[in-house]
Design a protein around this ligand. Structure first.
Ligand code: FUL
Length: 487
């Protein structure tokens, strides 16, 4: 479902934003960004990205009606999962390597999965658990039991609530819902807002009070990262296919996507690629569903992404300096379907087969072009994402070389920058020594938190990574080779 079709026709706020937005950063911003003071992540943004995999859980009245977007007039009595088992969701997430889960506490239909005091349109009015149930509580308990971070998606667009479209009154209602979620369930790692801004029950659209929404999260859950198209902490990647740009900066120019739901000819590219000159650190999150729809539909049981398909997504998101937010929707019983659970397990086994054996460069002799003091090349092999090889400040091509005792065969390369200190690399290539010359087998633009590339099986005893250009002396924390992607 493409949320973009709502975006332009909506509020005055959006319309004003479209006109007169500076498309590029000013010259002074650029020169500032290109000096040593390039943006860096907060500890929360860093932890968020290093987690790599988060699971989205879309569950509401739509699960029972077969719709993707509820109308808002659904009878709460239809919400009646027969065997709700949030622990089963959490086990499937945990055992396949996910670090957190984000639940649709409320989707566009307005039905609340927790017994909110703000509306009767919630689980209290459903027969499930005799009207005493709380999906959010069961979800949170399951996440905590499995050691997973907790996240919530609270749709600003509400097709049920009569106050939607009224301005302040709806904003108060929405903030009250957000406050309940952020005060009654313990620590939250991510709060997820989409920019969908359709009509409410009276045909009106709402102007969302984003500054107040963000302030509320900051006050109540200062360690949570806030997701929306426009951040402030993490941005949407610009599509719902789980695909980050092959060039993907964690820095952005906020003027290009100033608000959630903002749309223009440049928005998708700006979100996918980020901006090397951007003054703000705002890494991209790639959301996508394991099925064609976000909600469970019987007829899609045969269309669950395969384990190989999930590995492709991993390469195209995590492997391109993004984070993967993979949706797995529970069935009307309230459990993940066997087909989804099997794909998740297969996804985990494929990653284990590929990466589990460790870096094939381990034990190699390292050499590099001039290194900064204290940042010797062997640091890229120590598996510490913060320790790194840093080239000396001198410009020109910088390289790091690995020489092994024996020839190895490999089909995957992994590069990582020490992003706690920022993102700098704009072009690289990876080469193998073959019959007296260096032959490139992988090359690209950005690296960031993680860059993964697959190729046909190659063999070599000597490998080198050449940094062709970087904004500052590059800091590589990992260079790794693996075999198994083409198995
Ligand atoms: C969008 C929604 O319109 C979809 O239904 C889904 O929830 C997706 C993740 O976000 O904005």
């Amino acid at each position: 479902m493409d949320r973009r079709r709502f975006l332009l026709t909506g509020t005055a706020g959006v319309a004003t934003a479209v006109v007169g937005v500076p498309v590029t950063a000013s010259t002074s911003e650029r020169s500032a960004a290109e000096t040593s003071a390039r943006p860096r992540p907060t500890p929360q943004q860093l932890a968020w990205q290093r987690e790599e995999l988060s699971m989205f859980v879309h569950f509401t009245v739509n699960t029972f009606t077969g719709k993707e977007w509820g109308e808002g007039d659904e009878d709460p009595k239809i919400f009646d999962p027969t065997d709700l088992d949030a622990r089963q969701w959490a086990r499937a997430a945990k055992s396949s390597g996910f670090g957190s889960m984000i639940l649709t506490a409320k989707h566009h239909d307005g039905f609340c999965l927790w017994p909110t005091a703000t509306t009767a349109h919630c689980v209290r009015s459903s027969p499930w658990r005799g009207g005493k149930g709380d999906v959010v509580r069961e979800f949170v308990d399951a996440c905590r039991a499995e050691g997973l971070g907790v996240g919530f998606y609270l749709s600003p667009w509400d097709r049920h609530e009569p106050r939607y479209g009224s301005g302040q009154a709806y904003n108060d209602f929405y903030i009250a819902q957000l406050t309940e979620l952020l005060t009654q369930y313990g620590p939250v790692v991510e709060v997820w807002f989409d920019g969908a801004n359709g009509e409410g029950p009276n045909g009106k659209r709402q102007t969302y009070d984003w500054p107040r929404i963000h302030r509320t999260v900051r006050e109540l859950q200062p360690d949570a990262v806030v997701f929306s198209d426009a951040g402030p902490d993490v941005r949407w990647i610009g599509n719902e296919s789980g695909i980050a740009g092959t060039t993907c900066w964690s820095t952005v120019d906020p003027a290009r996507v100033p608000s959630a739901g903002f749309d223009s000819v440049w928005t998708a590219d700006a979100l996918q690629q980020g901006d090397p000159h951007g003054p703000v650190w705002r890494p991209g999150e790639s959301d996508v569903s394991i099925r064609p729809g976000w909600f469970w539909h019987e007829q899609e049981n045969a269309k669950v992404r395969s384990a190989a398909g999930l590995l492709d997504l991993y390469f195209n998101s995590v492997g391109r300096n993004s984070k993967l937010l993979l949706n797995v929707p529970p069935t009307p019983a309230g459990r993940f379907h066997d087909a989804d659970v099997a794909s998740l397990a297969g996804f985990a086994s494929r990653r284990a087969a590929l990466f589990g054996g460790g870096n094939l460069l381990q034990g190699a002799r390292t050499r590099a072009s001039a290194s900064a003091a204290g940042h010797a090349p062997e640091r890229v092999l120590d598996q510490d994402p913060d320790s790194h090889w840093r080239a000396a400040d001198a410009g020109g091509e910088r390289w790091i070389e690995f020489e092994l005792e024996r020839e190895i065969a490999f089909d995957t390369v992994c590069l990582q920058e020490a992003i706690a200190l920022g993102q700098d690399i704009t072009n690289y290539r990876v080469e193998r020594w073959h019959e007296g010359q260096w032959l490139p087998f992988a090359w690209g633009t950005t690296v960031g938190c993680k860059r993964l590339q697959r190729f046909g099986l190659a063999r070599a005893r000597k490998i080198r990574v050449v940094i062709e250009h970087a904004y500052r002396a590059p800091r590589l924390s990992t260079v790794a080779l693996y075999r198994g992607a083409t198995a």
